[in-house]
Design a protein around this ligand. Sequence first.
Ligand code: FES
Length: 105
Amino acid sequence: MYTVYVIDTIGDAHVLEFKKFEYRNLMELLVNKLHDEIGDCKGRGLCGTCHIRVHSSNTEMQFFEGLENNILKKQLAYYPDSRLACQILLDEHIDTMKIEIIGGD
Ligand code: FES
């Protein structure tokens, strides 16, 4: 089991556990466990509603140039640590990561 620490869109804190590749990506874990209304494009990296900030990570996560970067820069609240949750795989690289769900603007 792996763990991620999450601040949801109303500011509540959660500890979510997951198995490797239990869902296709981090966005699906957040939707299924928190019922947050994100993920409008079902993980295709197009809508920006799964916008998160990564406050800490035990590894240097790769930032996807191109599509993910372009979608994020269209968000009004864009930060250097912004990512799209649907572009992050559920594996050991995100174990103990702390994130905040920003959502779409
Ligand atoms: S679910 Fe639409 S960009 Fe991630």
